[in-house]
Design a binder for this molecule. Structure first.
Ligand code: AMP
Length: 397
């Protein structure tokens, strides 16, 4: 069964056409600069890459163009749109309503709308994607897969903030966590690799956005992102954990408005802010090698923040069987993996430097052979989880 997976952002649209039975990706791509001029990067089954300038005044033209490129001329991977059986939508915020993926009904749309104050940039774009699919492909079922759903198993003491309780009750102020689809996929792969019952796993999803998750017996019990994706680790352009007192201090000293502060903490901080070079870790690693002091400090800060959460999650879980690294940095940056684990040998966390440096695809083990705790690199595959959830819900229906 072919499933179209869509991730609609405010000016972008990511897509994959997946054969869910074989996990084959028939085509994938990214439409960018929607509403500006429009550029599409399209890849056919990992063999052929194209970059096309295509006017995309709105998301409607972008989705129409995706459907067209999949079915026409030399980019054709399917004969007709009829071969697509359903559409799986990535939705950032499901609040407390959604603990798992669901078929999209008018009630689901209403709830995603209601959650806009919690995800003001993302949920409106997702709703747009859903509405256009319903318009262009009226016979196809649509499924919503939420980034927050996996973390809905967190216990109260871990998801509440230590603020007056009325604000949780009245304003839904709490930790939700994100990257849930990735944390679910990676922890599940780790549990299969561990091949045991009663598992304690820590997932480090380290990409441009980064978060960690403590997973006990397959369920999230804590995660580093919070009400918004700003909390936790040092990320590409986000500060991660910070004293809330920084906000009024900066407002006073620099005359910044609330919107400017949010922009500062979300878009100008993290790797970009500390290094002053780039939000792309590759460039910062290169600068550090060339002796740049701020880049060196940035790498240490990122690694120490991961290490602090590793230790606190080992405490919460009462031990750990496996630590998993995933996403752009987690899968590729051996330096960050090595530094995050360094000094934790006394806990049984012993990275094998040779295995860590080796570049391999697929799931792999990078701990020393006789170490008690497994350290895995597991490439994430959120799109496959979205396709599989969509398939399962459509089949049941
Ligand atoms: P993602 O958001 O998962 O695509 O991850 C993006 C991040 O991964 C960026 O900071 C990249 O610099 C980083 N990244 C990708 N490839 C590498 C690599 N080979 N070495 C170090 N960092 C990498």
């Amino acid at each position: 069964m072919l499933i179209l997976v869509l991730n609609a952002g405010s000016s972008s649209l990511k897509y994959q056409l997946i054969n869910v039975e074989t996990a084959e990706v028939k085509a994938s791509g990214l439409c960018e600069r929607i509403g500006i001029d429009g550029v599409m990067k399209h890849e056919i089954a990992e063999h052929r890459k194209l970059e096309i300038d295509q006017p995309m005044p709105t998301h409607k033209e972008a989705i129409e163009f995706v459907l067209n490129i999949l079915t026409h001329d030399d980019t054709k991977v399917i004969e007709t749109i009829d071969e697509i059986k359903a559409i799986g939508h990535r939705i950032v915020h499901g609040g407390e309503y959604f603990k798992k993926s669901v078929l999209i009904t008018p009630d689901v749309i209403r709830k995603i709308e209601e959650l806009i104050p919690l995800a003001p940039l993302h949920n409106p774009a997702h709703l747009l994607g859903i509405r256009i699919c319903k318009q262009l492909l009226p016979d196809k079922p649509n499924v919503a897969v939420f980034d927050t759903a996996f973390h809905q198993t967190m216990p109260e003491e871990n998801y509440l903030y230590a603020v007056p309780h009325e604000d949780y009750l009245e304003h839904h102020l709490r930790k939700y966590g994100f990257h849930g689809t990735s944390h679910y996929y990676v922890s599940n792969e780790a549990i299969k690799m561990l091949n045991k019952r009663d598992t304690k796993v820590i997932v480090c999803h380290l990409g441009n956005g980064s978060s960690m998750c403590a997973v006990k017996d397959g369920k999230s019990i804590d995660t580093t992102m919070g009400l918004t994706p700003l909390e936790g680790l040092v990320m590409g352009t986000r500060s991660g954990d910070i004293d809330a007192g920084v906000i009024p201090y900066l407002m006073d000293r620099k005359g910044m408005s609330p919107d400017e502060i949010i922009d500062y903490l979300n878009k100008k901080s993290g790797i970009l802010g500390v290094s002053g070079i780039s939000s792309d870790l590759r460039e910062v690693l290169k600068a550090a090698e060339d002796g740049d002091h701020r880049s060196k400090v940035c790498i240490e800060m990122m690694s120490n923040r991961i290490k602090k959460y590793l230790c606190s999650y080992i405490g919460l879980l009462g031990g750990v069987d496996a630590i998993c690294f995933t996403a752009g940095i987690g899968e590729n940056a051996d330096v960050i993996r090595e530094k995050a684990c360094a000094g934790l040998e006394f806990l049984g966390i012993e990275i094998d430097k040779r295995k860590n440096k080796k570049r391999e695809s697929g799931n792999r083990e990078i701990n020393k052979d006789d170490a008690p705790i497994k350290i895995y690199v597991i490439p994430t595959n959120e799109e496959y989880v979205i396709a599989r959830d969509t398939y399962n819900l459509v089949k049941k229906d």
